[in-house]
Design a protein around this ligand. Structure first.
Ligand code: PRX
Length: 645
């Protein structure tokens, strides 16, 4: 299909959408003409104990300082809960659907408020207060949302950790954040499998994490586990005893709300810091605008709460807007294909937001179950996390949305807090594969790799020229790293790490990461991280990791490793094991090639571009090899990869 194919908003949707083309143009103009006024106006969507009188005071120059609504005061959990009690206390805030069909819990705003207060009191009882870090390591159960909002209530920063991280990955993040309390569970259910959350956490803590005073353990499967005296506490009984009232801490807008770890092109994962006021405005603004949120919607974002998508569009955005969110514990095809469609039907989901990896695998393995479900409740579909190819987009639109639902392809990052590029569905016609246009107030720029601004049609490095409220403030414990990573590429611009193309209609087409970050099933993995963990096995002299296209995962990881003694057996498995031990199972390489050497420039830099081509068997056009210190290596690498085919 030609990328120029345009999908106009389906008429029924357009007739009811809150924002049409004229309104969007007006918002975009207002935000550009007088950003201060526009954003102070948007701040009005929250309840503040002290309404801000200034919007931005940010600068991308010199030391880089991002500040929004600086004199405002508020509490994020009050904005997600308390302020809704009078008007919609009995409305369902959270539907939890467990893995088994019969496991359903519906929490009204009043019930969720009470659960959050109890959890907040448990934390306060353990001496947790403002500015402390609390690690949350839970499956997709209501307590995950409850724990996040409980931290927000008492001014503690949550650090949500993915259940798929290895013990080493957990320990690194706990030590970096200095978490004082961990909230985990006995196990997570994952189809027929069980993930031993508590015992992996025990292993992490055994590596030495002096800051952690207590581990709260939620019983999910009821497994009987050893508890460390004085450190581990069963969470259920503490919640039952805790008071259901908990006054909220009044926070400054710039007080951090949470840290969230993500991978970059260098070194260890970094704790991205988001601040309360700006993040909450952005979460609420983008959720309402991009998802055309209205009363009665049932919003299902399939992301795990341990990723930024889960933070912003499972928790803060929809709850700030008084919506009803669905939290699903299970997998798309457990116990059988079609499970997701059943969930949509059972709970009358109106808005379904998922990832291209899931769409691609459903497209391939759904076995036509989608056709056997009416899916009448759906009115809008969304995609996030990776480029979505036009064929997957069209399948999503036709097979799931029955041509009735616009598809919003949303581009953003952990660092952006919320969506920056997406078609506002009642206003912007969609082109499959394009995230389309920036939201009001988002000033994008395409730069050449030398930092020159590209005007009009062109392709380059995707940058942002001006701060927006949801922007990350810093990297935990590393402002200099923050400045270096995002603002040194071209002074005055935030550099996203992505490449993009702008077409004749001004639409953006994200082409993928152009730094050394690989996106495997929407999980960001730094090549440097992989290389570091393989290097911990001294049987390897060095290694290089690259990403190659993968039908389902988007990208797959391939490792080229140079062994000290190539004759030793089991080395490829050892390299894979080093990655799963050091990072987690989700990072397991597709292939490990044991090679005699790596292609390097004369100054010793590994030429990953070449490795990528060889791993993809793209042997025509390997490019200029004259910069290599030893060009003969190319033939030897091709031979290794070829013989493993
Ligand atoms: O490469 C882009 C890709 O995901 C990266 C951000 O990953 P993360 O911080 O984990 O956040 C994911 C959820 C927002 C980006 O740098 N990405 C995200 N959305 C899209 C995308 N690539 C193409 N199209 C998208 N819609």
């Amino acid at each position: 299909m030609s990328e120029k194919e345009i999908f106009q908003t389906p008429p029924l949707f357009a007739a009811q959408a809150a924002v049409d083309g004229d309104r969007l143009r007006q918002m975009t103009e207002e935000a550009a003409r007088d950003p201060e006024r526009f954003w102070l106006g948007q701040a009005g969507r929250l309840d503040w104990t002290w309404r801000p009188t200034v919007a931005s005071g940010s600068s991308f120059a010199d030391d880089v300082s991002i500040r929004w609504f600086a004199d405002g005061r508020l509490n994020a959990s009050v904005n997600c809960l308390d302020r809704h009690l009078a008007e919609r206390g009995e409305q369902i805030a959270l539907i939890w659907q467990g893995q088994e069909a019969a496991q359903v819990e519906r929490l009204t705003y009043r019930a969720l408020h009470e659960r959050v207060c109890r959890m907040a009191n448990v934390l306060r009882g353990l001496g947790v207060g403002r500015g402390d870090r609390v690690a949350i390591h839970l499956p997709m159960v209501a307590e995950g949302v409850v724990a996040m909002l409980a931290c927000a209530r008492i001014g503690a920063l949550h650090v949500v950790l993915f259940g798929g991280f290895s013990a080493e990955g957990l320990a690194d993040r706990l030590n970096d954040s200095g978490a004082v309390v961990v909230i985990t569970a006995d196990e997570a259910r994952r189809g027929a499998k069980r993930i031993p959350l508590k015992s992996v956490m025990d292993e992490a803590l055994a590596r030495g994490v002096p800051s952690v005073r207590h581990v709260l353990v939620l019983a999910v499967t009821g497994l009987d586990l050893p508890m460390h005296d004085g450190r581990d506490l069963a969470l259920g009984p503490l919640l039952a005893e805790a008071s259901p009232d908990c006054p909220a801490a009044e926070m400054a807008a710039e007080d951090p709300l949470f840290l969230l770890y993500t991978s970059g092109s260098t070194g260890k994962p970094k704790g991205v810091v988001h601040a309360t006021g700006g993040y909450m405005v952005w979460a609420s603004f983008t959720h309402e605008l991009v998802f055309d949120h209205r009363a009665g919607d049932v919003f299902w974002c399939t992301a795990d709460i341990s990723w930024i998508t889960g933070h912003t569009y499972v928790v803060y955005g929809p709850l700030a807007n008084g919506g009803t969110v669905l939290l699903f514990e299970g997998l798309p095809s457990y116990p059988a294909p079609g499970r997701w469609w059943e969930v949509i039907e059972t709970h009358k989901v109106t808005t379904f937001y998922t990832a291209p990896t899931a769409i691609r695998s459903l497209m391939r393995d759904d076995g036509g179950t989608v056709e056997r479900h009416a899916l009448d409740s759906l009115r809008l579909l969304g995609s996030v996390g990776e480029p979505i190819s036009p064929d997957a987009w069209v399948w999503f639109h036709e097979a799931v949305g029955r041509g009735r639902c616009p598809v919003v392809d949303t581009w953003w990052q952990t660092e952006t807090g919320g969506i920056l590029i997406a078609p506002v569905p009642g206003a912007v016609p969609q082109k499959p594969g394009s995230a389309t246009l920036p939201l009001p107030g988002v000033e994008l720029a395409l730069l050449t790799d030398k930092g020159a601004v590209i005007e009009g049609v062109g392709e380059g490095c995707l940058c942002i020229a001006r701060s927006w409220p949801g922007q990350a403030r810093t990297i935990w414990g590393g402002h200099d790293r923050f400045r270096q990573t995002y603002f040194s590429f071209c002074p005055g611009y935030y550099f996203s790490g992505d490449g993009a193309r702008r077409d004749e209609d001004g639409y953006y087409w994200i082409t993928g990461r152009i730094d050394d970050v690989i996106n495997v099933s929407g999980h960001r993995i730094g090549t440097a991280e992989v290389e570091d963990v393989v290097a911990t096995d001294h049987r390897f002299v060095e290694c290089a990791a690259v990403g190659i296209p993968h039908d389902i995962k988007g990208q797959g990881l391939v490792v080229f490793a140079v062994a000290r003694d190539a004759a030793e057996p089991g080395l490829a498995d050892a390299a894979s094991l080093a990655v799963t031990r050091g990072i987690g199972r989700y990072a397991v390489p597709e292939r490990v090639y044991l090679v005699p050497d790596l292609p390097k420039t004369r100054s010793g830099k590994i030429v990953r571009r070449l490795l990528r081509k060889i791993a993809c068997h793209e042997l025509d056009g390997l490019g200029d090899l004259s910069t290599l210190a030893d060009a003969t290596i190319v033939g030897r690498l091709i031979a290794v990869v070829g013989s493993a085919k």
